[in-house]
Design a protein around this ligand. Structure first.
Ligand code: CTP
Length: 399
């Protein structure tokens, strides 16, 4: 997903420098051409050799380092101007101070000066150092100049203090890079509303009726839409997933909550994608106290929930696009076509949960895109790849 992207990692002398090995490795695996520039102090905490092996590129630590393969022969200029994104992490108070004040007295600070790409800074230091007004002033200076500041995490710090100042997890830093450069921003200016996951219908204070939905498909859709520049709101049932970076989340529990949250956010959405597995029925009454067992069988009266997709489909405004999902175990295309019409959707993403590699819990899916004029069967793909196909189709249909 980062093929063709040139990412420059600037590593300064914070104890968390070791975490950058994971970041360098993950970005390289995602296809990026990763270059690493380290300050002298950083090399005392983790050897440059680690990054050379992980990235397959020479690691620079001195302005006078030369790379025989570098045609320009002025590495700080070619590295700085050639980068699509620079991530300085950990960024010490010293490096932040130098960058804020135009001091370029080592390879890292010199390389940043000619750069024209987005620059992300992850401050990482002792909580009191971070709180020092001079450090805060320098961070603000950088923010005002358009640098992106990655907020330090809070927790146990290597110096023994508790507080803010930790370098965020490698996953978060990789997500930050992905959000910035993995996709063209072809959905900029669009408001996207996605729902995901199961709903839970309460029988009594200890029991629920739910389904196997993991939320992975909807979360992947929300993540990819955000990476393409959309303003994304995700209405999520109870799932065990991290909220994608850059996505606003509204957590709900029941089908009624889902209905309320979706209708509240629908009016200004340009695109609505309904991948949630919403309960079609809910118990007629939720017992106030735990239902005690008796000798005989138990029948529970269930009543219909409101169909959210149908409601939003009927209220669809000019220019709004609605994409539903359809989960079938037989007659998939025929049944999904009926849903397309009856729910006034513009597209239905259908899948047959009985086919291996599709449906709940797994990271892959086989989807058939059904519109009024077309049926397009997609091959087995990761849920992120499927999401991109779905979003590309939606964009082409809106034009
Ligand atoms: N859906 C909804 N509200 C409901 C039930 C379903 O918005 N109360 C949406 C789902 O999010 C999905 C689409 O309707 O986008 C189709 O859901 P699916 O469960 O496949 O079909 P149903 O309409 O519930 O019909 P059936 O269960 O009979 O197949």
């Amino acid at each position: 997903m980062l093929k063709g992207k040139n990412i420059l990692l600037g590593i300064s002398g914070g104890i968390a420098a070791y975490k950058m090995a994971d970041v360098a490795s993950a970005l390289t695996k995602l296809g990026a051409d990763v270059h690493v520039v380290m300050t002298e102090n950083a090399t005392k905490l983790i050897t440059p050799e680690v990054f050379r092996v992980l990235t397959k590129n020479k690691v620079y630590t001195d302005v006078f380092d030369e790379d025989p393969d570098d045609e320009v022969m002025v590495p700080h200029i070619s590295l700085g101007t050639g980068a699509d994104l620079i991530l300085i992490a950990p960024a010490t108070a010293n490096v932040i101070g130098k960058l804020a004040n135009g001091i370029a007295d080592d390879m890292l600070t010199t390389t940043v000066l000619p750069a024209r790409c987005p620059i992300y800074i992850a401050p990482s230091m002792n909580v009191y150092m971070l709180e020092n007004p001079v450090v805060q002033e320098n961070i603000e200076k950088l923010r005002k100049r358009g640098y992106h500041i990655i907020e330090p995490a809070t927790g146990y710090l290597a110096c023994g203090y508790e507080g803010k100042g930790k370098l965020p997890s490698p996953d978060l830093m990789v997500e930050t890079v992905m959000l910035a450069v993995s996709h063209e921003k072809d959905m900029e200016g669009l408001k996207v509303l996605v729902n995901a996951g199961p709903t839970q219908e309460s029988l009594d204070p200890v029991r629920i009726i739910t389904n196997h939905s993991s939320g992975k498909m909807g979360y992947a859709l929300a993540r990819q839409a955000a990476r393409r520049g959309a303003d994304v709101t995700l209405v999520s049932g109870p799932v065990n997933l991290n909220v994608p970076l850059g996505v606003k989340v509204v957590n709900i529990t029941s089908a009624t909550d889902m209905y309320d949250a979706m209708t509240a956010n629908a009016s200004d959405a340009d695109i609505m994608i309904m991948s949630a597995a919403v309960a079609d029925y809910t118990p007629a009454v939720t017992a106030e106290n735990k239902i005690k067992k008796s000798d005989g069988n138990l029948a529970i009266e269930m009543v219909r929930t409101k169909d959210i997709l149908k409601t939003l489909g009927e209220a669809k405004k000019e220019g709004q696009f609605i994409c539903g999902f359809s989960m079938e175990t037989e007659n998939m295309v025929e049944n999904s076509r009926k849903k397309l019409v009856s729910k006034n959707a513009d597209m239905i993403c259908a899948n047959n949960v009985k086919v291996p590699g599709t449906g709940f819990k797994v990271d892959t899916n086989i989807i058939t895109l059904i519109t009024a004029d077309e049926v397009t069967e997609l091959p087995l793909m990761s849920k992120e790849e499927v999401s991109d196909e779905i979003l590309t189709k939606i964009i082409s249909m809106r034009q």
